[in-house]
Design a protein around this ligand. Structure first.
Ligand code: ADP
Ligand code: MG
Length: 240
């Protein structure tokens, strides 16, 4: 589904991604961990064509991802991204937030979109909160609305960039449970998170990034129990 080869990304004269190779198969849940500033967010942004790249290639479903290409808008519709700060429209209800893109971008009829959106609220376990405005929702609820909004575009690949790190601790579990449901539906997911329990139970692979490189790429249980690289070991012990 995704093939990254020799990816290089520079900001000015700083190289922040320095030769990353990564293949993701359909249905895989790849968890990415690593210290702050090692290029995790930048890599997701490159995959989504939000950043121009300086070397290597990114192919998604066989098509080259190029930030400045004409096809990028269409390609990006098949890739959903969920951020730390959910960025819901404050003047729209939760339901209206989810309905907006299918109506405006996909031009689907309102009735069909509303039915589908209500179904998505059931999926993220928020069917009772459809009519609330974002500021009436907890962080965890807002993030689940953001997930529903992404799902409404029927993405083939979902990118999560620290989806729970801005949340109050008591709402983190609800978001992780929804992500676990998505994984068990067989969705392909790239998840930057330091939630090690999620990585262990849900991840098919775990990647440790440091200094713009992939240092280790293994089954989560193996990496957590017995990190091969001293930097992985040091990082894991700092977050556990
Ligand atoms: P991570 O997500 O692993 O914490 P990032 O991908 O956000 O790391 O950032 C990697 C490095 O690139 C950091 O040093 C960051 O300051 C730098 N960086 C990120 N975005 C930009 C940008 N738009 N312009 C300049 N430097 C950037
Ligand atoms: Mg980041």
């Amino acid at each position: 589904m995704l093939r990254i080869t020799g990816l290089v990304k520079e900001f000015g004269n700083r190289t922040v991604i320095n030769g990353v190779d990564l293949d993701v198969m359909p249905g895989e849940v790849v968890v990415i961990i690593g210290p702050s500033g090692t290029g995790k967010s930048t890599m997701l942004r490159c995959v989504n064509g939000l950043e121009d790249i300086n070397g290597g290639t990114i192919a998604f479903e066989g098509e080259l991802v190029r930030a400045k290409s004409r096809e990028i808008v269409n390609l990006r519709r098949r890739i959903g991204m969920i951020f730390q700060n959910f960025n819901l429209y404050p003047h729209l209800t939760a339901l209206q937030n989810v309905m907006l893109a299918p109506m405006k971008v996909l031009k689907q009829p309102r009735k069909k979109v509303e039915e589908q959106s209500r179904e998505l609220f059931r999926k993220v376990r928020l069917e009772h909160r459809c009519d609330a405005y974002p500021n009436q929702l907890s962080g965890g609820e807002q993030q689940r609305v953001a997930i529903a909004r992404t799902l409404a575009m029927e993405p083939h690949l979902m990118l999560f960039d620290e989806p729970t790190s801005a949340l109050d601790p008591e709402t983190v579990g609800d978001v992780l449970r929804v992500m676990e449901d998505l994984a068990s539906e067989g969705r392909t997911m790239l998840v930057v998170t330091h939630e090690i329990g999620f990585a262990r139970h849900v991840g098919s692979r775990m990647i440790f990034m440091d200094g713009g490189k992939i240092i280790e790429d293994r089954p989560p249980k193996d990496m957590i129990a017995d990190p091969a690289n001293p930097r992985t070991k040091q990082f894991l012990s700092s977050i556990l």
